[in-house]
Design a protein around this ligand. Structure first.
Ligand code: ADP
Ligand code: MG
Length: 317
């Protein structure tokens, strides 16, 4: 998945813990084999290779994931869009780009971005991308789905307390080792070594999309690895989006979407959704939070909607 996963199983039976974390790891590998667009043998690659040619029958699991992803697109006015992947060809976020692609190329890539064009056939769980060059990719939601699956596998084995950390995106359930609630830190996007805030939770996913790990600098401008499906350009101006809700997949998709929508529209949307909270940090370090969010900030003078002057101390949690 391009990220290190950490599995934590809490149970008096150490052997069971070992087995459960092993099974969780295998499950993440299985999901990756199924959905990765980088693996040429995956069902996702099969769909992409047959874009504009024919429908491809896939497992119900992948079919359902695509359906749920499309629901997130509908909810976010297309800010989240699996078909963003056709723009992948023109952007690289590994630091190797030195200039922007010309606007015509970008415009041409947008022509293939349209979640509404994806044709799903329920009767045989087949997927058809009608345009040649159209492509889907699960970079914005796959880790969250895999984390949900890993959690389910561990729970089915009797692990009532645990945590899955998918490269910073996590879900926890039950209690931590000492029997208390989980303490989760939110990284400061402007200072990697510091924590911005923390919260005490159980049974919740915390997912962050940031511009600080994968981005490209072109003429001193920072472009994040999240593409605005309406323009074909990488998003600028947002530094990180954290989403808090019971489901890692939904949190992952929404974090990516709200990155595109920006703080005002993004928080506006979250305020309409029950049981989902979020925090947006813009590139100047200004915080925007949804109404029901109850975070502990390291610097009390830095509540949401006020600019942070100095970021708080670092914290290991
Ligand atoms: P990460 O947790 O790895 O930082 P994010 O959840 O922030 O990932 O999503 C970013 C990834 O989502 C990108 O690397 C890309 O694969 C994919 N992506 C980029 N733009 C969009 C978009 N508008 N809709 C859906 N997925 C996207
Ligand atoms: Mg995401």
């Amino acid at each position: 998945m391009g990220s290190a996963f950490i599995f934590k199983a809490i149970h008096p039976d150490q052997e069971l813990c070992k087995q459960a974390t092993f099974a969780a790891e295998q499950e993440v590998r299985r999901v990756e084999e199924l959905i990765s667009s980088w693996k040429t043998t995956s069902q996702t690659s099969d769909i992409n290779q047959h874009a504009g040619i024919k429908a491809v029958k896939v497992d119900l699991e992948l079919f359902s994931l695509i359906k749920r992803a499309i629901k997130i697109s509908q909810l976010t006015d297309g800010a989240f869009d699996l078909t963003f992947a056709s723009a992948d060809r023109i952007w690289r976020f590994d630091g190797s780009m030195t200039h922007l692609p010309d606007s015509q190329t970008v415009r041409a890539s947008v022509a293939n971005i349209d979640f509404q064009a994806i044709q799903l056939n329920d009767s045989d769980t087949s997927v058809f991308l009608p345009l040649k060059g159209m492509k889907i990719g699960f970079g914005g939601i796959g880790k969250g789905y895999a984390a949900n699956r890993a959690k389910s596998v561990m729970q089915a084995m009797g692990i009532k307390n645990g945590l899955v950390n998918a490269g910073g995106d996590l879900i926890c359930w039950g209690k931590e080792e000492q029997g208390g609630d989980w303490h989760i830190g939110i990284a400061d996007p402007l200072n990697k070594k510091a924590m911005l805030a923390w919260l005490v939770i159980n049974d919740l996913a915390v997912v962050t999309s940031g511009d600080y790990e994968r981005y490209t600098l072109i003429e001193d401008q920072k472009y994040a690895h999240i593409i605005n499906p309406h323009t074909g350009y990488p998003v600028q101006g947002v530094s990180s989006v954290s989403i808090f809700c019971p489901d890692t997949e939904l949190a992952d998709g929404l974090a990516t979407a709200i990155f595109v929508l920006g703080p005002i529209k993004g928080i506006g949307l979250l305020d309409q959704l029950i049981g989902i909270e979020g925090l947006v940090v813009d590139q100047e370090g200004k915080l925007f939070s949804s109404k029901g969010l109850n975070l502990h900030y390291y610097q009390e003078s830095s509540p949401a909607n006020k600019p942070i002057k100095k970021i708080g101390r670092s914290h290991e949690k």
